[in-house]
Design a binder for this molecule. Structure first.
Ligand code: GAF
Length: 395
């Protein structure tokens, strides 16, 4: 079982490393967490519902404002090189690798008319990368909150999230929805964030896992299959095509009660089975989010488990974004006593989230590790997640 660094150790190390690299103290330290999505997968770019929880793992950014228009970026997880950029010359597609995410935020702020300049930035993140836990969004959001404070922009958490998403879509070139950035800026400790991605209206839903004798176990398969990026864009395009055929703004507008007639209509219009299955996933997944909210608000946390497992089946069979490793982790976790489990994030590898009884953490993690060993897969990483806070200034 792995754990996140304590926030104090992480912050201290980040500040110290900033000073070692740049020869001066930072103006401040900001943290933005990764997330695990409880339910509501591939719904955000369909204007639908999501229910993420902030992880204790975060990207911490130490930042010092500069007034010469130079942006210097250094990452504790990078190759040691400092990336130096001229903010006035930032262009979409012009920065490669991890530095594109923070640079994209500076670009997006300037594109939106905010008069921000350069800075020295050192980032230290303990959000696992490539694990479907939003390491990219946490990088973006840590820099976004830092710039918001240092340039006194007065932007709210949702505005910063939308700018970070803009950075990822237009500057980095990844067609993601807004869930990860909203989770990173808007989540609050002790709860999950119920977000309507159409209008960004949100509500914190209390998630008293300990009170219900439960834990959230995250199982990182440590695999990320190569087709992930292309397949994400292809699923998104399929959803948009289906919405267009149905004459709705987004698949969110197909009511659950009218799913069958929408599927029939698509068939008459010549849509193939794969396209119809995408629609079935999105419409049933939105309904599952609402079902989980109802159960959480009624205090029936244990009943959430089977809804998670049903969500996984839908991602596996209809949306086709799971893979052998996540399917095995879900099956082994449920077999070993998890109340429910599902892949979380974009898919094609990454992590599984499982709802387990308090004393089930070790046995479930061990059962998944055994199943992986028996299948010849590398060892997965397991940790429990207590819902944490969204992006914030640390010092
Ligand atoms: C990735 C994307 F970045 C999110 O916007 C979301 O679509 C998710 O995959 C799937 O639910 O994390």
């Amino acid at each position: 079982m792995t754990t996140a660094d304590t926030a104090a150790t992480h912050a201290e190390r980040t500040a110290k490393d900033f000073t070692a690299h740049y020869g001066a103290d930072p103006d401040g330290l900001w943290a933005a967490p990764g997330r695990v999505n409880l339910i509501g997968e591939h719904t955000d770019y369909n204007d639908g519902f999501v229910l993420p929880v902030a992880l204790p793992h975060a990207a911490v950014a130490a930042v010092r404002r500069r007034d010469d228009g130079v942006l210097r970026l250094h990452s504790a997880q990078g190759d040691g090189a400092v990336v130096a950029l001229d903010v006035a010359g930032l262009t979409p597609g012009g920065v490669q690798g991890w530095a594109a995410y923070p640079a994209g935020v500076v670009w997006a702020l300037r594109e939106a008319g905010h008069p921000v300049g350069g800075a020295d930035v050192h980032i230290d993140s303990d959000v696992p990368t490539g694990a479907g836990l939003s390491s990219s969004a946490s990088l973006e959001c840590a820099v976004a909150v830092a710039y918001n404070d240092l340039w006194q922009l007065g932007l709210g958490a949702a505005q910063l999230a939308v700018l970070a998403q803009r950075a990822e879509n237009a500057f980095v070139g990844v067609p993601c929805g807004v869930m990860d950035q909203m989770a990173s800026t808007c989540c609050a400790a002790g709860g999950a964030l119920f977000l309507d991605t159409r209008d960004l209206s949100q509500r914190q839903v209390p998630l008293d896992l300990a009170g219900a004798g439960l834990r959230l176990l995250v199982l990182d398969t440590r695999v990320k299959h190569d087709l992930a990026d292309g397949a994400y864009a292809q699923r998104r395009a399929g959803c948009e095509r289906a919405a267009e055929l149905l004459g709705v703004r987004a698949l969110r507008d197909v009511p659950y009660a009218e799913l069958q007639s929408a599927l029939d209509r698509l068939e008459q219009l010549g849509a193939d089975g794969e396209l119809r299955a995408l629609v079935r996933h999105v419409v049933t997944e939105d309904a599952r989010v609402e079902q989980v909210i109802g159960l959480l608000e009624a205090g029936d946390l244990r009943a959430v488990g089977p809804v998670l497992t049903a969500g996984h089946a839908s991602l596996r069979d209809d949306f086709r974004v799971s893979c052998a490793e996540t399917d095995l982790a879900v099956a082994a976790a449920v077999e070993a006593g998890a109340l429910g489990a599902r892949m979380t994030g974009g898919g094609f590898g990454g992590s599984v989230v499982a709802l387990v009884p308090h004393d089930g953490v070790e046995p479930v993690a061990a059962a998944v590790a055994d199943a992986f060993a028996a299948a010849g897969y590398g060892a997965p990483r397991a940790f429990t997640a207590v819902p944490g806070d969204g992006a914030r200034r640390l010092a």
